[in-house]
Design a protein around this ligand. Sequence first.
Ligand SMILES: Nc1ncnc2c1ncn2[C@@H]1O[C@H](COP(=O)(O)OP(=O)(O)OP(=O)(O)O)[C@@H](O)[C@H]1O
Ligand SMILES: [Mg+2]
Length: 528
Amino acid sequence: MRERALALVLGALLLMGAQVESAEGQTRLIMEFQAPPVVSAFIEDPTFVTGFFGPLGCAKTTAGVMKSWGYGQVYPGARILVSRVTWPALRDTTQKAYFEWLRPGVLSHYEATTKTLWVPHPKGAPVEILFRALDDAADISNVLSLDLAAAHLDEPQGGVSTKEDGSLEHQPGLKKDLFDAILGRLGRQRGYPGMVWLTGNPPSPTHWIATEFDYEPGESGCDPPRNRKEDFRLYLGTQETNRHNLPPGYYERLSRLYGRDTPMARRFIYGLWIDFASEKPFKLADIEVYGDEGGIVLPGGLIVEAGVDPAISKKDTAATTAIVVAGQCRRGSEKGRIFELFHEEGHWSPYETVDHMLKTQRQWKVRIWRIEDVAYQRALGDTLEHEARLAGLHVNVDLVQPDADKIRRANAWSPMVEDATILFRDRQSALVKAMLAIPQNVRAWNLVDAAGICFRGFPRIQPEMSRLPEFEHQPTRAASYATRSASAVAEEPVVAPASPSQFRPGPFGRTAGPRRAAGYAVRPRSSR
Ligand SMILES: Nc1ncnc2c1ncn2[C@@H]1O[C@H](COP(=O)(O)OP(=O)(O)OP(=O)(O)O)[C@@H](O)[C@H]1O
Ligand SMILES: [Mg+2]
């Protein structure tokens, strides 16, 4: 009933616009807002999580602004969070749109020190709109201790995005468990129904946003949402949604710049939910590390498994064999995370390959060896088992069928890198360099394939939900979420963070802690 009331009131308000007089009583300003049908449906929808995604310029941010405004009109005194992942993007785009519509100094008052926009209400307490970036430890910890009514998350999908001047840049996305943590803060302001609205360009169909909305874009890349989940409703904008408010020829000019059938055009001009990564599966900005740089200490008790991509022929000097070893954490605060432990690559004969594998077995106690089933080295598994037995070691071998499409293979695990389920030892390592070099550098594929064989074999395990309360009310812990062993804590000097960039939100909502003394992470010399 209440939700229905909200929809009706919001609808009525949007039709009316707002009439406001300035302090001097001289200016009479009418804020007129004519919403296209999909925009008003999105704005008026009182579902817990709503989303409005579509091509550039289809009024996504504006729709989010109006939803904040409408919510505040229905619920005076509401505390509404407005976030984008980085502060520059928040300030230059989302906040700008809020200012454009809610005019600080005329319709509202902006308090720069607290990054709060106060929007007066004709009958009740002013609405409090809090601008918070989600790549800043202080902001994250502040957000996660707030009692919020609602939240507007602009461009939460990250990935390539456009700057104001039309140029492109890579933006980090909102991590799924930070989103989950934010959900826990909504409706915490007493008497206010919790709600969150997400606005942005379409992410890839495997992105957590698509999964949360249970959205299947289908062959068209933008099939109508079926909205089967009670608490989630998705709306899609098109070029037509807001064309009349854009400069003439806006999309046509973009087409000339981006091309007709490029991933850029498909995502940004046509609003399709496509795998943008299909051209370059990995980006440096997505690579998260553990140890000294990453702030997360390698936990003990990992389930260690390995992947091997054997050279496909003897003659081809370009063909190398690659080994990648990783461990999955099955318990505690890092549960589900996969830690890359070791990798190497070389021109080896099958016997040399077995020799390298045995050495690796001794060092890492590999539980399962996954080996790509290559005709030339079909005997590799048997030879390994035989040699291992002679050496008094026990090994398990799994033969993995090759997947014809290399790009598809890499795309199958690139989301696990993007959401930092997989953490790497070192951003400068041969493996990371190979990941960044594909698909252009064909020689880089062996290591990447071995890594895929290794990583993809682990089950996907949900992180411990019990971790989320760590976010709450603990501003001082923001710099040090990472679990440490008692000895590590004892060794580590308490260092203040040097710059906010050290607080990049970590995968499971964690932030990287201050640099720590070298030597916590296991770094076998042989692999460096
Ligand atoms: N109902 C409306 N009436 C008038 N102008 C509007 C309306 N909706 C949107 N606009 C204008 O259209 C332009 C694009 O809107 P907006 O920035 O919200 O789109 P967007 O989809 O968020 O764009 P981007 O993809 O660049 O983030 C802006 O200049 C905005 O002020
Ligand atoms: Mg926008």
